[in-house]
Ligand binder design. Structure first.
Ligand SMILES: CC(C)(COP(=O)(O)OP(=O)(O)OC[C@H]1O[C@@H](n2cnc3c(N)ncnc32)[C@H](O)[C@@H]1OP(=O)(O)O)[C@@H](O)C(=O)NCCC(=O)NCCS
Length: 330
């Protein structure tokens, strides 16, 4: 069974409510119908009702039975504005600002998740990563004990000898441009949790990547990764993690054995932590485009799940991301 099929099966086992703020966007409307029909989640579409229904008509999609909420006319908007004001007044948000903000589909959707009216949110077919991330970071905030929100890419590689039957978890490829050593340590711990919860990797083996393996090069960039490894050991003593190591030492058993002798991770890593966003973002795209891997992005560390799509996403990408989000919410 593929990773996506496995996730869909899990999503169907407990129906979660997932809000789609881009309700008047054609791919989102079509995805909502599939999500409902396959029982992956209860989708809620946000937007002007007429605009949503028009998209349904134009795409030949029957969305009977799918809830549509217009933030401009919703009777919950006042309540959400009050709560948003309380949450953000210390940051200078006035009551008027809050009332205006919740008219925006993204803030309205985030408030639905914050208040428990929805279990998770998926957007990004139209909005940028930052458009969704900023309100999510401001309002939903991080899980208890976690300071940093980051992302994991679940890479399903054609070479099934790699990682966990071809599955590799890459982090962080979306959020933190230049994490400190402490932040990098947290990214590694969150990615291991994602690997367990979403990929069925019961024993994550976490490699902190660098251009150096076990001190083979000396540079402040290498020192940062070494410090992250030490911090991660301190924060999660039972987690199987190691570094710093090069990509080949992490994945190829013979190279791992020669460059990082005795390492419990080298040569067998299934979770790869990149030192910064440039490396992570480039790395996942190389694996996808040249390596032929299928990939799915999830955000990790938020108190409740919100996930981002690429603006070039397909209907299937939206359906799959909703399934991942539902499983995160369960
Ligand atoms: C994540 C991101 C949107 C934050 O935006 P920002 O404008 O820097 O946001 P701010 O610094 O004003 O922070 C907003 C709030 O989020 C919090 N925050 C920012 N990054 C955070 C993180 N990674 N984890 C937890 N909280 C975070 C801040 O503490 C702040 O909280 P507060 O308002 O309650 O004090 C920004 O880091 C970003 O654009 N990252 C790259 C995203 C991207 O373009 N990726 C491309 C690959 S697809």
């Amino acid at each position: 069974m593929s990773m996506v099929d496995d996730i869909k099966k899990k999503a169907q086992s407990k129906l979660m409510t997932i809000v789609l703020p881009e309700g008047d966007e054609p791919r989102t409307v079509q995805a909502a119908k599939i999500i409902k029909d396959e029982g992956l989640a209860k989708p809620v579409l946000l937007g002007n009702k007429e605009a949503v229904l028009n998209q349904a008509k134009e795409t030949g999609t029957d969305i009977t039975g799918i809830e549509i909420i217009d933030p401009l006319t919703s009777n919950k908007a006042k309540e959400y504005a009050g709560q948003l004001y309380e949450l953000r007044k210390a940051k200078g948000v006035t009551e008027e600002d809050a009332a205006k903000l919740v008219q925006d589909v993204m803030y309205y959707g985030i408030m639905m998740v914050k208040t428990g009216d929805a279990d998770g949110l998926v957007s990004g077919a139209v909005h940028t990563t930052g458009d969704m991330l900023r309100p999510a970071l401001q309002i939903i905030k991080t899980k208890p004990g976690i300071k940093v929100v980051s992302s994991s890419f679940l890479m399903d590689c054609p070479n099934k000898n790699l990682g966990h039957n071809g599955l590799l978890v890459y982090a962080d490829c979306v959020v933190m441009p230049n994490p400190t050593a402490d932040e990098l340590a947290e990214i590694g711990i969150s990615a291991a949790d994602t690997a367990k919860r979403l990929c069925g990797i019961d024993e994550p083996k976490v490699a902190f990547l660098s251009f150096s393996t076990k001190g083979s090069a000396k540079h402040e960039l290498v020192t940062k990764v070494q410090q992250a490894v030490a911090k991660a050991h301190e924060l999660a003593p039972d987690l199987c993690l190691d570094g710093e190591m090069q990509f080949d030492a992490a994945l190829v058993p013979e190279i791992g054995a020669s460059k990082a002798k005795g390492s419990p991770v080298a040569g067998h890593a299934n979770v790869l932590i990149f030192p910064d966003l440039q490396a992570g973002n480039i790395g996942y795209k190389i694996t996808q485009r040249i390596g032929g891997a299928e990939c799915f992005a999830v955000l990790q560390g938020l108190a409740k799940p919100c996930n981002d799509l690429s603006r070039g996403c397909s209907v299937d990408d939206i359906v799959n991301t909703v399934a991942f989000t539902a499983v995160q919410a369960q």
